[in-house]
Design a protein around this ligand. Structure first.
Ligand SMILES: Nc1ncnc2c1ncn2[C@@H]1O[C@H](COP(=O)(O)OP(=O)(O)OP(=O)(O)O)[C@@H](O)[C@H]1O
Ligand SMILES: [Mg+2]
Length: 471
């Protein structure tokens, strides 16, 4: 037996020694106080007593409220959970206190309160700063909601393509009406751009432009987001009730993105609003007149969704009054140089660079690509090229990631062994991992689009992201 294990032998450790160690430990932790289940002081260490300016021994057995005023212990007693980082002041000095319940067989026995003095100043200023930041964040959230003005105008839609030019003319005409518009097109083709332009050109441009994305709002929140609710309608809801998006958008324009993902139950409710032009808040009695220009967007074939019963036919005809169908970039490749030019101006401005253009070889490469992610993908690539560039012309070398993009990359690009793995499972995993990370970077980390581009179900895709540690 060595000397340490003999020390730890309970028979060799006197009661006195144990008390000594316990006391030293409690003094070294910081300011410590222990109270029993009736909130009487059982223990307070020297450090704490000194800082409070009280007599340690005289305070024992007294109600905690008399010794340490304005401290609240009932929460911890009631919940049985620790309460951490609570700031309270005494005689103008701030304390950060952590309170831990003492439980025995599930029964509340008392509380130990610990304040670590050395860190107090730092902790307090951090906590106060955090409180301020949270306030600020809420303020800006609120403000940005109120200021939901349109960001783009019709001149931001760059194109020399015939179909696109006709669409731009059509937008001018549509702007003077209140008709519902359905904008369809693949991901990244500029649906949102068109919606903004339509709002900006209309008489409603000074009124709110509200956007909601049907695929990102949790299903159980859609109804209250759209219609709002009266005060006290359900527990957990804000006390004062909440304005729904329709009311906020009143007088202006509302864009409902990815309308194809609206659950069938909500489709029926939306149809009612479009027909009656009025809404009723959840839990409310009166109806409220709604004057909102509705714009819907989708990258799905809604008609085939109607045929397969996933989308209500009556709603389809309601929202498909006027249609803007934006062609994918690969069907208007003549636009590529113009759009690149616009992005070069944009990133020169944003990054303070002096890129002067793109070399003919690099442009050739981009013209030969199929652009499954459309203009958003093109923009990502130009932005990426800017990061590699130091100014002057963007050349092939700034787009070399594109040359490696085709699936062949993983097979041809390797030197000797095509695959180091010998197990089929491992080979498949490697190719899968590469395909997934490529899709993720192509769609700028947007999991939904990356999954769609690979033709896999979102849940399967998430599973694989986790498995390969991507994103
Ligand atoms: N014709 C265009 N000229 C210039 N920029 C464009 C054009 N079309 C799209 N963009 C830009 O490409 C990006 C994607 O466009 P937008 O967000 O409107 O696409 P979307 O069709 O709404 O895509 P998603 O279906 O993924 O929501 C935006 O940054 C937008 O400004
Ligand atoms: Mg969009």
């Amino acid at each position: 037996m060595d000397r340490y294990s003999s020390w730890l032998d309970p028979d060799n450790l006197s009661q006195e020694m144990m008390e000594y160690y316990a006391n030293e430990a409690l003094e070294s932790v910081g300011s410590v106080a222990i109270i029993d289940k009736d909130f009487r002081m059982v223990y307070i260490n020297d450090k704490y007593a000194d800082s409070l300016g009280i007599d340690r021994l005289k305070s024992l057995g007294r109600p905690v409220s008399e010794v340490i005023d304005n401290t609240n212990m009932t929460n911890v007693a009631k919940t049985g959970h620790p309460e951490l980082g609570v700031i309270y002041s005494r005689n103008g000095v701030n304390f950060v206190i952590n309170k831990f319940p003492i439980m025995k067989n599930g029964e509340f026995m008392g509380i130990v309160g610990i304040s670590t003095f050395q860190d107090n100043d730092k902790l307090i200023s951090l906590k106060l700063r955090l409180d301020n930041l949270v306030k600020e964040l809420n303020y800006y959230k609120d403000k940005s909601k109120k200021q939901n003005a349109a960001k783009y105008s019709i001149d931001d839609i760059i194109s020399q393509n015939d179909t696109m030019l006709k669409l731009k003319l059509l937008v001018h005409k549509m702007a003077s009406t209140k008709s519902t518009v359905l904008i369809s097109g693949e991901s990244g083709t500029g649906k949102e751009l068109f919606a903004h332009a339509l709002h900006s050109l209309s008489r409603r441009s000074g009124m709110p432009f509200q956007r909601i994305n049907c695929s990102t709002i949790p299903e159980n929140l859609i109804e209250s987001e759209l219609f709002g609710y009266e005060k006290g309608t359900f527990t957990g809801a804000s006390k004062d009730g909440k304005l729904g998006e329709f009311e906020v958008a009143n007088g202006g324009t509302m864009m409902m993105d990815e309308i194809d993902s609206l659950p069938l139950s909500m489709q029926a409710k939306l149809l009612r609003v479009l027909q009656e032009k009025e809404i009723r808040r959840i839990g409310g009695k009166e109806t409220i007149d709604i004057d909102v220009r509705m714009i819907f967007t989708t990258n799905k074939d809604l008609l085939s969704m109607v045929r397969s019963g996933q989308f209500r036919e009556d709603l389809y005809y309601r929202i498909n009054v006027m249609n803007i169908s934006i062609p994918p970039l690969r069907e208007r490749k003549e636009d590529i140089p113009y759009i690149i030019e616009r992005f070069i101006q944009k990133y020169n401005r944003e990054m303070g660079m002096r890129v002067t253009g793109i070399s003919p070889e690099a442009l050739d490469l981009l013209m030969g690509y199929e652009w499954p992610g459309n203009i958003r993908e093109l923009e990502n690539y130009v932005e990426r090229a800017f990061i590699y560039s130091t100014g002057g012309m963007l050349g092939l070398e700034h787009f070399d990631f594109l040359e490696k993009l085709p699936a062949a990359d993983s097979i041809e690009g390797h030197e000797k062994p095509i695959f180091e793995e010998t197990k089929l499972r491992d080979m498949v995993a490697r190719v899968e991992r590469e395909a997934i990370s490529e899709a993720m970077s192509r769609f700028d980390g947007n999991k939904k689009r990356a999954a769609e581009s690979l033709g896999v179900d979102r849940s399967v895709f998430y599973e694989k992201l986790r498995r390969y540690g991507i994103g």
